[in-house]
Design a protein around this ligand. Structure first.
Ligand code: G4P
Length: 535
């Protein structure tokens, strides 16, 4: 297989995630993007609303019923952007992120698999807590961000207010590619800041179809829209004077963010978002390995597992590992090596998974996400490769802030309980801590958010038929320590030392005052902060 083919495939790929606060419109936007790419013929398929068949994402529906999104997966679609050869359109990979902040560790893992992020904001609400948290993760990882102000069909803030809020609160300078014509709640179209033209949208019934666009020149736009056009032109000029025009280098450096105004519900501005992704979001690039060498995209196959998941769907009770391809061409059936164990891994059951729909993947390229079925040996952060060997850095675990012990209440289920714990641990659902004192019968679970515990008990019951109870422990924070410091720490009141499955030795403290006191009294002890969720 030639590097020419890989080069061509990489160039046309864009892999991104949408980061947003729940309810900003992520599902609606996902659906609208797929609609534009003609993947589904009518919007509504993702939600399965209005009696239409739910083709794409039943699990989303299921999670919605619980008000949370716990799983993640990837949607791939082709999009012929302006100037594309229709036979060689762009290939867009949209990787889903969990919506609830309790799953920020999952989200962090997902964000290691993308090259760009779309920060979706509700026009009326502006930046919300979860958006902020996820944005910090993007910044931490150097992921360029495109800003989308959604729900422009509803009353909301002005473009300048939103721009100010984003610049002031997160130091990211929005560079609108378009200025909306019509205030929030009266969305008529967009002024294209680069061509000066007016893109006028026409509503379709219920927003179920791609909204027709007509392109008008500035004079015609002024005649048609009057004051709304004049206001948009003035805003555009002002932004130009402020230097808020798109700059590709600054965007890639995470300093500026191209901004787009949309109504995912009406399908307005969605094409513009796709065009921006194609034009500005970076294609897949090589990745630095633990030995500091870089595996380039055209090098032999390698991939990183970023998510392991089980029990998404009752008709497919299995375990899926999602890998993002980093280099080379993937072909189903290939036997690759698992860097962590040195063992071969057969990829006979490679699938693209979105909701209930699964399609066999025969070939995939850098940037693509492939689900491997029954991947019992794989854990998030693992590397798969074809020779020469490569191993990518592990995905850091977050600093847990919630600690509970888990006790089995069903008699005679101890074996299943242990199996279940090992599996949930390997999937990264929670961190599992153990020490000699407590033994193995009731391990301590550590989580970033308490909802992770609920997932554990629910899955224990649903998949292993084991009843368990969560008993909160009186610890509030953790520090990394070592063998040498452990005995002294264990002698302290309000402190307990554990070993995490990855071998890290963690000391748990009842509160920060206890920690501060011990730090002061025992300067020789190793007490290292862990990566915090918002770092
Ligand atoms: P999420 O995945 O980010 O949580 O958000 P989701 O797409 O489910 O959207 C949340 C709500 O916002 C939905 O309304 C959805 O229809 C609405 N929405 C999404 N995008 C737009 C938009 O561009 N304009 C307007 N006006 N509304 C939008 P809901 O009342 O919760 O559900 P439903 O009654 O539409 O089913």
């Amino acid at each position: 297989m030639s590097s020419e083919v890989i080069g061509r495939e990489v160039k046309r790929r864009r892999t991104f995630a949408i980061i947003s606060h729940p309810d900003a419109g992520k599902s609606t936007m996902t659906e609208a993007l797929a609609l534009h790419a003609r993947m589904i013929s009518e919007a509504g398929a993702v939600h399965g609303k209005g009696g239409r068949r739910s083709t794409v994402s039943d699990w989303m529906e299921m999670e919605k019923a619980r008000g949370i999104s716990v799983s993640s997966t990837a949607l791939q679609f082709k999009y012929a952007a302006t100037g594309d050869d229709p036979d060689l359109p762009h290939v867009i990979n949209l990787v889903d992120t969990p919506g609830h902040s309790d799953f920020s560790e999952d989200t962090y893992r997902v964000l290691t698999a993308v090259d760009a992020a779309v920060m979706l904001i509700d026009a009326a609400k502006g930046l919300e807590p979860q958006t902020l948290k996820l944005f910090q993760v993007c910044r931490h990882r150097g992921i360029p961000v495109i800003t989308v102000v959604n729900k422009w069909d509803r009353p909301g803030q002005t473009p300048l207010e939103l721009i100010d809020e984003i610049s002031e609160r997160i130091g990211l300078i929005p560079t609108p590619l378009y200025v909306p014509v019509g205030i929030a709640g009266d969305y008529r179209g967009l002024l294209d800041r680069r061509t000066g033209e007016y893109i006028k949208f026409t509503r379709t019934a219920g927003g179920a179809k791609v909204a027709p666009e007509s392109i008008l020149d500035a004079d015609t736009a002024r005649d048609t829209e009057g004051a709304a056009w004049v206001a948009a032109s003035e805003e555009s000029e002002l932004l130009g004077e402020l230097g808020q025009d798109h700059d590709q280098e600054m965007f890639l450096a995470g300093q500026t963010s191209p901004m787009i105004f949309t109504s995912a519900m009406l399908n307005f501005g969605v094409r513009q978002l796709l065009e921006a992704l194609v034009e500005f979001a970076p294609p897949p690039r090589g990745r630095v390995a633990i030995d500091d060498s870089t595996r380039e995209v055209a090098d032999p196959f390698s991939a990183v597992v970023f998510k392991v998941q089980a029990g998404m769907d009752s008709s497919h009770r299995d375990r899926l590992a999602y890998m993002r391809i980093v280099s080379g061409q993937f072909e189903r059936g290939m036997v690759v090596s698992h860097a962590q164990t040195g063992k071969p891994f057969a990829t006979k059951y490679a699938q693209a998974v979105f909701g209930r729909d699964r399609a066999t993947v025969d070939t995939a390229y850098p940037g693509d996400v492939v689900g491997l079925v029954n991947a019992m040996a794989l854990a998030p952060g693992d590397t798969l490769y074809l020779d020469p060997k490569v191993q990518y850095p592990p995905i850091p675990s977050f600093a847990p802030e919630h600690f509970s012990s888990l006790r089995v209440t069903t008699a005679d289920k101890y074996k299943q309980f242990r199996k279940a714990i090992d599996q949930l641990d390997a999937e990264g659902v929670v961190q599992v801590l153990r020490n000699d004192l407590r033994g193995d019968a009731s391990p301590v679970l550590a989580a970033v958010g308490p909802m992770q515990f609920e997932v554990v008990t629910a899955r224990m019951k649903a998949e292993f038929n084991v009843d368990t109870v969560i008993e909160p422990l009186g610890y509030a924070l953790a520090r990394r320590t070592d063998e040498a410091s452990a005995p002294e720490l264990n002698r302290q009141r309000g402190v307990e030392v554990f070993t995490r499955t990855d071998g890290a030795i963690l000391a748990l403290f009842s509160d920060k005052w206890r920690l501060q006191y011990i730090e002061k009294e025992h300067k020789d002890l190793l007490l290292e902060p862990l990566v915090a969720a918002a770092d």
